[in-house]
Ligand binder design. Sequence first.
Ligand code: NDP
Length: 270
Amino acid sequence: MGNRLNGKVAIVTGGNRGIGLAIAERLADEDAVVAVGDLLDRRSAEAGKPGKVSFLPLDVTDEASIRAFVDEVLERFGRIDILVNNAGMVIHKSIDDQTAEDWDKLMAVNLRGPFLMAKYVVPEMRRVGSGTIVNIGSVEGYMVNPWHTAYAATKAGVHGLTLGLAVDLGPDGIRCNTVCPGWIDTDLNRAYVEMHPDRSLIERELSYLHPAGRIGAPKEIANAVLWLVSDESSFVSGEMISVDGARTKKIPLPAVLDEEYRSKLTEKQA
Ligand code: NDP
């Protein structure tokens, strides 16, 4: 808790649950006025007060909805300093089963959405003379789980978008970075875990993949986002920052050769 974002107005897309909700709450903890845009409409009487989260309807696949959302944020709160492009979805299908509609839907939510959000928010940041954009990418922008071809393509695209926005908008005093979450405990991948009947086995095996010995929590992504939108990161732009308990830094070994390391992680969990 603090007031690092006092006087700032922040937008968080897809903040109805999971990582987005944790980000919205963390930014509000630091006194930002936070406007969450999500498919649901949960307007509240507290809207617009520092340290409060307001929920407004937004479909990031729909350009008219984005324009209406940005207009409403400006009308209610007067300015926009921070944009967090978090809304996202995953489709878990082989290339054989995946349809062109699946591909288009993923692109529309995960990549076209962040592009259009930036397009409509940036003029307001230029008017104020500064701003920060944080995209939620993924470690799947660098590596990929099986049957995530389209998802990984969207996240690699988000990383490219980040580079382009950082370069194009730097002269306007606008920074753009991406947080790349590893395995975070949310609905998005809970369904993936539940495809297997033995959840505790999956959780144990997942923890072995992480040098940190566990999967991550939404608030750990929110803390990284807070740093990136605050003045503490004022010379950081165009970066992809993984928050993944070092999962992507460990070269996988066959389980039989990894026993000593696994037993250390098991001791830590006990
Ligand atoms: P969740 O599925 O828990 O939440 C996604 C949120 O996005 C929901 O609130 C959902 O709304 C919203 N949303 C979906 N489509 C739209 C849309 N068209 N317009 C507006 N809002 C929309 O996901 P996570 O919290 O896990 O993921 C958040 C981000 O983090 C995503 O970009 C994801 O790709 C990324 N990520 C997550 C990882 C993880 O391990 N969880 C790992 C790497 C990246 P509603 O509630 O109404 O459905």
